[in-house]
Every structure is written in C-alpha cells, then in structure tokens.
Design a protein around this ligand. Structure first.
Ligand code: SF4
Length: 498
C-alpha cells in the first residue's frame, strides 16, 4: 500500500484503472507541460553525461550482472548484512509486510522521542511512501518533517509524489512559490530558484538542529560491511544521518549489495541515470554506532512486503534489480504524457507498471502492464538492463491467465481465436491451408486502391472491430514462401541448364 504524505490513499486497490485516471490527467494541460519540460531537461542531461563514458554499455552489463548475482544469493547476503550491521552496533529488524514495518518504525520512533516533542525528520524514501509511513506516524501523534526539497513541496502541498527521483516534477516554480507562501507564511516570497531554496533552507535548518530522531530510506545496504549507503544532492540526507540521536533506516530487502567495491559500478550508473550528474554531491555511507560521532542508536528495518513473491517468479524477478533511478520514467512516452498520478501507486512509469502489480495482488493493478506501448525506450536507458517490455508482456499473460483461470471451456472469443492461431502457427501444413482458405475468402472483401494495392475495409462479426478504425492489407496473391520456393527452383533450373 502507498499513502500520500497527507494520508490520502494512493493505493492501487482503490485507485481507478490507469486508462480512466490517465484520461482525466490528459485534460490538465499545465501538468502535462510541467512533466514534459522536466523529463526533457533530465533526459538531455543524462544523454550528455552518459555519452562521455566510452564504457557505458559495459557498466550497464556489470550493473545488471551484479544485481542478478545478488538476487540469486539474496538470503545469504541479507544474513551477512545483519551480522555485520549488528557487529558495528546497529540493530536489525525484519518486517514481513507494510503493516509490520509501520508498527516497528512507529514503536522505535516513540521509544526514541520519549518526553521530547513528537517529531521526526525524514530523508526522501520511496519505501516509506510505499508503506504510508507518514500517515502512520501522524496517527500515532508524531509529526514527520520531509527534508528533501521535492518531498517538502509534496508534503506542504498535501500532494502525492509523481516520480521516483523528482517527486514534485509535476509542479512548476510558480506553483511551488504559492505553496511556500501559503504554508510557510511568507506572503512576500520572491520567485527565483534562490528565493525558494532560501525559504526551504530556513524552514528546515531549525528542524535539523532541534529534532533528535531521523527516519531514512537507503539506496544500498552493503552486506560486507553492514553499512547503509544514501546518495542525495541537497545535503539534507547528511544532516539527518549525522545530527540526530537516533537514526531509523527502512529498506526493502532488494537494496542489498554484496561488497563495498560493488558501489563503484552502482555509484557511476545511478547519478548519471537519475539526475544527469557525474556523481551525487553527497554520498553517505553509515555503518553502526560510533561514540561521539553521529547517532547513538541506529536501527535498520529490512522489509519484504511482497518482494520474495517477486523473486519466486522467474520471469518477473528481474524487477528487483531496479536501483530506482527513474530514467525509464523520463524516457517513457506514456509517462511523459500522463505524469505519475495516473498509475495509482507511488511507483509510476515503466518501473511502476511492472513493480506495483507484483508487489500488490495482480487483481489490484491489472491495468498497469497495459500502460505501455512496448516501444523499448525504458529498456534502452535502464542502467541495470532490466528488460521491462519483456516483464510487461509476462505480466499481461498473467492477467489473461487470471481472467481465464477455472474455465474448463474457452468461452472467451479472443482466447478461442488465439488458441486457433496457435494451432495454425505450430503446423506448416495447417498454416499453408489456412493461407489458401483466407485468400479464397478475401476475394469478395478485398478492394484495390489507386496504386493497385488490395485492402479490406470491412470484416464481419467480432473481426469488424479491427476494420472499424483501420483497413487491413489483403493477403498477397503470392506468399513469401511461394516466391522463395519459385526462386530456388528457377536457380536450380538455371544451374542445371548451365
Ligand atoms: S527500472 Fe531501470 S531505469 Fe527504471 S528506475 Fe529501475 S533502474 Fe532505473
């Protein structure tokens, strides 16, 4: 489940189907303009810095291989992480699902806060969005303060994130200014980026210095050392990691990497793909507790929440290779039109279309695998080479299987047509016979156009759905096979004659 920062449901179980939600978003010209502008800027920056690396494809290969290897031995690496984190002074907790994760974090936060004002500061984390942590904290009387600029905009605007890396990508500068003027009580706030950044800095600085408990996500968990790696661009993460007395990190079990050295690959591909930067301005790796330096208490909550089910599916499991860079969102022609909210989940775009239906029960997100033209742009840019189009097709087949499950007789006309087509394509004899029959049958339907091409513009019954919106090219008088066989025969003949 995902809840927005103000507690409003962003939940595939209750969200409208993608097609319905997308239709209403498409009427919002300002939102579409904002999304197109932001994704174009990030894509151009990405293309520039990726183009600088002659070994970019090798890095992608290495990233993909590393993630595949990790998932193969995930259980062992998680145990190694737990042992090393504990040895360094951290406390590791395991959460089977979102409810357990929320309960653990809220309990730890309450224990840490004690008699102090009930507040926590937060580093941007899609995992906490996934489990609706802010709403749970608020219900428990604890006020969470988002410290990432984009997340702060979302929180103050009582909005929902629409992008993995740039959650407020659908907002433009004027809209952000309006939110800050209203929520920070700054009626005379200027409109330059500097004005907005200064306002956010003053608003947050006091909280960094005052609030003694922080909640973070994690980009990577290093099994070899028990360290937690967080990358960011604003320095808010570094503040949250170092200033509070207690740090509570929550991460999906898929975030683990085997060795410290593996970060060499991932910290090259992640910033380039995410924000078009050569490296992140702040790379923090936090390992355990160190007297007199940083938090006195350090907790890591390792959360499953459907991930082991994804791992069990041999065609879907590569979804877990994702390092949440958002490049597939920026490249996706569907996401670029609709933005993220239409996906009804905190994970939008191509990664959301494959992750959400697998983390949720499929029936709650059946429309998402169809929210794609299968153009392959997402695969092209993915820094760990996840074949998203292939996973989408796999998930579509699961949707069809679920819908037809339990039916002894195929009553569905489309399913029957597919079954018949499958039988024809499996046998050359049947295929040729079908071609002959179809050629005979099309005689009365096919019409020549001005150039002599034959087209069918009307088909009977259910097939008519196709010709309602497009013409169908008639079968040629001679098939490719026939042409090829004739050609081979005449070559032989000519060779024999010579
Ligand atoms: S699927 Fe690939 S491109 Fe998309 S967010 Fe994940 S790592 Fe990035």
């Amino acid at each position: 489940m995902g809840l927005s920062t103000d507690g409003q449901a962003l939940d595939p179980r209750t969200a409208p189907e993608f097609q319905t939600a997308a239709r209403s978003v498409l009427n919002d010209a300002q939102l579409r303009k904002n999304v197109r502008h932001a994704t174009t800027v990030i894509q151009n920056k990405r293309a520039k810095v990726v183009g600088e690396l002659p070994d970019w494809q090798e890095l992608r290969e290495a990233g993909g291989a590393l993630r595949e290897h990790t998932m193969k031995f995930l259980d062992a690496y998680l145990e190694q992480f737990e042992a090393n984190c504990t040895r360094a002074g951290g406390v590791v907790h395991w959460a089977r699902d979102a409810a357990e994760a929320r309960e653990i974090v809220v309990r730890l936060a309450k224990e840490s806060i004690g008699d102090a004002p009930s507040e926590v500061i937060k580093i941007k984390s899609m995992t906490t969005e996934e489990i609706g942590l802010n709403a749970a904290l608020q219900e428990a009387g604890i006020t969470p303060y988002e410290t990432d600029l984009a997340e702060l905009i979302i929180q103050l605007g009582k909005d929902q994130p629409s992008h993995i890396v740039v959650p407020a990508l659908h907002k433009n500068r004027a809209q952000i200014r309006e939110i800050f003027q209203r929520e920070m009580h700054l009626p005379h706030l200027g409109e330059t980026p500097q004005d907005l950044a200064d306002a956010a800095r003053s608003f947050l600085r006091e909280k960094f210095l005052r609030v003694p408990t922080a909640v973070s996500g994690a980009n990577f968990l290093v099994a070899e050392t028990g360290g937690v790696c967080i990358v960011e661009s604003e320095g808010n993460g570094r503040m949250c990691l170092t200033l509070p007395r207690t740090l509570i990190t929550i991460a999906g079990i898929d975030k683990v990497v085997p060795r410290f050295a593996d970060l060499e690959v991932l910290l090259q591909v992640l910033p380039r793909s995410a924000t078009g930067e050569r490296m992140n301005p702040y790379n923090s790796i936090w390992t355990g507790v160190h007297p007199g330096d940083g938090p006195e208490q350090f907790h890591v909550v390792l959360m499953d929440n459907g991930r082991t089910d994804v791992l069990a599916d041999e065609h879907g499991r590569e979804t877990l290779h994702c390092i949440r860079c958002g490049a597939c969102q920026n490249a996706c022609p569907v996401y670029r039109q609709t933005g993220g909210h239409a996906y009804g989940s905190v994970y939008a775009g191509p990664i959301g279309a494959i992750l959400t239906p697998q983390l949720q029960k499929m029936e709650h997100a059946e429309s998402l695998p169809y929210a794609s033209s299968l153009c392959g742009a997402c695969y092209e840019v993915c820094p760990v080479k996840i074949n998203i189009p292939e996973v989408l097709v796999h998930l579509r087949s699961r949707v069809v299987e679920r819908k037809t499950a339990g039916l002894r007789v195929l009553t569905n006309a489309e399913a029957l047509a597919m079954k018949t087509a499958g039988s024809l394509f499996r046998s050359e004899r049947r295929f040729r016979a079908a071609q002959r029959l179809a050629r005979m049958g099309q005689g009365v339907l096919a019409r020549k156009d001005g150039s002599g091409e034959k087209w069918i513009s009307w088909l009977p019954g259910l097939l008519g759905g196709w010709t309602q919106v497009r013409d169908l090219h008639a079968l040629p008088d001679e098939t490719f096979r026939q042409w090829w066989e004739e050609r081979e025969k005449s070559k032989k003949h000519a060779g024999g004659a010579a």
